[in-house]
Design a protein around this ligand. Sequence first.
Ligand SMILES: NC(=O)c1ccc[n+]([C@@H]2O[C@H](COP(=O)([O-])OP(=O)(O)OC[C@H]3O[C@@H](n4cnc5c(N)ncnc54)[C@H](O)[C@@H]3O)[C@@H](O)[C@H]2O)c1
Length: 305
Amino acid sequence: MELEDIKTVGVAGGGTMGFGIALNFALGGYQTIVADVSDEAIEGTLRETRKSLDLFVEEELVTPDQATAALERITLTTDLDTLAEASDFVTEAIVERLPDKQELFSRLDERCPPHTILVSNTSGFVMSEIGKDVQRQDKIGLTHYFAPPHIVPGVEVAKGPGTSDETYELICGLMEKAGRIPIRLLKEKPGYLLNRIQGAAGREAARLWAEGMATAEDIELGVITTFGFRMPHEGPFMHYDLAGIWKWPADAGSKRSPDSEDEVAKKIRLRMAEKKPWFVDPEKFDEAIERRDREYIRRLKTLYR
Ligand SMILES: NC(=O)c1ccc[n+]([C@@H]2O[C@H](COP(=O)([O-])OP(=O)(O)OC[C@H]3O[C@@H](n4cnc5c(N)ncnc54)[C@H](O)[C@@H]3O)[C@@H](O)[C@H]2O)c1
């Protein structure tokens, strides 16, 4: 299958994530079918879709005509088979319960045409579990969106154990065509990548709160006004570059790298000992700093002045 052959997409589960994933595809020009378990659920999907489109129009992200066209591309149903039979690509966004996801994948595998790609938006399970009974092992994968999925651009994309390179590239291509930014994961691991990073910060915040280090309000305020403020410009590696940490003498700073002797710890220590930035050209360091500062000043004016 080529990217152009994907014309109709299905989304199983029209809740918090499913409605937004469907809306993203519909805005990207795809005929989109959403299936949920009850009329009540479907009505909720439609209500949230309309509300989001109104906001998109109000904020001039799309024109009223584009919003109307997107809504017209969305079909809602309580019949999963209708979705399965018509879809070239299906995203599963149902409740985070492994047996439910496994059952749904098996049913989709039975009812979808042979070329259809099946992906899950699971937050934590891996494809080798979710798709373990599926025949089309080469055509399954993970697309992990971040709420609200019709607005946040990055989507983690991972393979299952048998996913073909062709399927993987099609999934990444489809994300791009729908205006998302695929984040390519090189292996599967429970919790995948970004929830683990986000979870590490969340766990530490909860621990520091429980230890009485600061109030929840101040922890929140601290994150938003310090490294959270910088985040749209830099993640942990770019921060290492732009803060000039790579230029520090070897005996400066508090110890951050792990003590243990395992292979992962060794790899981190070796990389840090190289004392070189990840992304920034040392010759162009001053330029990068000026670019950063300009962006920060603009953000400062927008958010705090
Ligand atoms: N909420 C988030 O921030 C977030 C972010 C990333 C990933 N996820 C993942 O996305 C998935 C959905 O989460 P959510 O927050 O949208 O949940 P939700 O409860 O809002 O929506 C789930 C929807 O799936 C429907 N459903 C349940 N079983 C179904 C079935 N067999 N067939 C069709 N529909 C079915 C429910 O009726 C409900 O409308 C979960 O796997 C979750 O871990 C959630």
